[in-house]
Ligand binder design. Structure first.
Ligand SMILES: O=C(O)CCC(=O)C(=O)O
Ligand SMILES: [Mn+2]
Length: 220
């Protein structure tokens, strides 16, 4: 069966798959989902320790998933909150088009144009070799920019209320993406990225990190 996301053409010119299904949810349904997520999710402001100082992440975040789908970054283990019915329902929808299961979802709330996400790839070991990541957008339209460092190729994608974007194949090895700040007046936007976290890979990453920490402390 060719799914809805495979019918959408591949927007990545090379090195990976990037499929966008516009209005995966119709506008009235997407508006309703936005409201429920805005009110209902346990939004947190996160602090990150980077280059020797604490920085406040310029957006709010929430992490939901199966019990074992804990996610460790910046030395902090993030234990997922249990699935709430709406998130579980959205998960079923994206699993059907992607034909794979997801055990967690990272929610980001960009309150206005000053909120953003820096350039990165979703290439953490616990996501596996070539992860499929399903991303749903609700609320305000924002630009997601992809960069291909090997060629300096740049690809801008406008993500609007109800859109589904699927990143797959080798994309995370070759491309980075960011949600830049903008001076244009912007209302709030919510993005959900559904991911499959492997517990084994996560444990292995922690083991290596601890080993490295031990090494670096024993040097002093
Ligand atoms: O907000 C977006 O569209 C991107 C989110 C993202 O890249 C992430 O959560 O890793
Ligand atoms: Mn990402």
């Amino acid at each position: 069966m060719i799914t809805k996301f495979e019918q959408a053409k591949n927007l990545a010119p090379f090195d990976g798959q990037l499929h966008c299904v516009k209005a995966f949810y119709a506008q009235t349904e997407a508006d309703d989902i936005f409201q429920q997520l805005h009110i209902g999710l346990e939004w947190q402001s996160e602090q990150l320790f980077i280059y020797g100082r604490w920085l406040t992440v310029p957006r709010l975040m929430a992490w939901y998933g199966d019990d074992q789908a804990s996610y460790r970054y910046s030395g902090v283990s993030h234990q997922p909150l249990p699935w709430m019915p709406l998130l579980a329902h959205l998960r079923t929808d994206v699993e059907a088009v992607c034909q794979q299961s997801f055990n967690s979802v990272l929610a980001n709330l960009y309150r206005d144009g000053r909120d953003s996400m820096g350039c990165h790839a979703d290439d953490e070991k616990e996501l596996g070799q070539n992860p499929t990541i399903a991303s749903l957008s609700f609320g305000e339209t924002r630009l997601l920019r992809f960069r291909h460092p090997e060629t300096a190729y740049k690809l801008d994608i406008e993500l609007s209320n109800g859109d589904l974007l699927v990143m797959a194949g080798e994309l995370q090895h070759h491309w980075r993406h960011e949600l830049p700040k903008t001076r244009k007046p912007k209302q709030a936007r919510i993005n959900l990225t559904f991911r499959q976290i492997s517990e084994a890979a996560e444990n292995e990453k922690y083991r290596l990190q601890s080993k490295q920490k031990q090494k670096s402390t024993s040097r002093h």
